[in-house]
Design a protein around this ligand. Structure first.
Ligand SMILES: [Zn+2]
Length: 197
């Protein structure tokens, strides 16, 4: 786990909820959660209120908190399968929220280098969606809980592993969100973000 906040130079002194408390309370679900990090054996956690210590208090309490609040009404509607209209502005806000959560999940495994680089994390903090990121929404007919991230690689022009992607999937009640971000040619994501066609 990095000692520096994911989104600013401050030291880590706060933890972000994987599933926000209001989501767990709203859904009236308290399932045991299977936690798998890297290649370590899975464990079951009785309380779904999982916190990930990778940010500082000012980030968590200010811009991350504001982003959560700004998305609460649309998230609540979709989580509960209530009909609603998602404006372009709502889509942009939700995309930023999902990406922020994906970056939190990206930081869970201390054995693995972070996928998202500091430039991408800074962009999300400053209300921009980095190039090379796509976000999908889906609807699940039954209620469920899931959050997980995985790395994927692909070939470009017969160069193996020239593409490195990170996929983060969330299921919250009836709402499914998937975030895909891609980098090309090595670790320097700021140089070669994927431009999806
Ligand atoms: Zn911070």
């Amino acid at each position: 786990m990095p000692q520096q906040c994911l989104f600013c130079p401050n030291v880590i002194n706060s933890a972000e909820h994987l599933f926000s408390k209001w989501i767990i309370k709203d859904l009236k679900m308290a399932p045991a959660v299977k936690v798998t990090i890297g290649r370590a054996p899975s464990t079951w956690v009785a309380n779904p209120d999982i916190k990930i210590p990778s940010v500082c208090k000012p980030c968590n309490n200010v811009w991350m908190g504001n982003l959560e609040t700004a998305n609460q009404s649309v998230l609540r509607a979709m989580i509960n399968d209530d009909p609603m209209w998602l404006s372009k502005k709502d889509q942009a806000k939700l995309c930023r929220w999902a990406l922020m959560k994906a970056m939190i999940i990206d930081s869970v495994n201390p054995q693995r280098p972070l996928f998202y680089c500091s430039a991408e994390r800074t962009e999300v903090k400053s209300a921009t969606i980095p190039i090379g990121t796509l976000v999908w929404l889906g609807r699940l007919s039954r209620k469920a809980f899931h959050a997980g991230g995985t790395d994927v690689w692909g070939e470009i022009n017969k160069i193996p592993k020239a593409f490195h992607g990170n996929v983060t999937s969330f299921v919250m009640g009836h709402l499914v969100i998937q975030v895909l971000s891609g980098h090309c040619s090595g670790d320097s994501c700021s140089k070669w973000p994927v431009r999806w066609l």
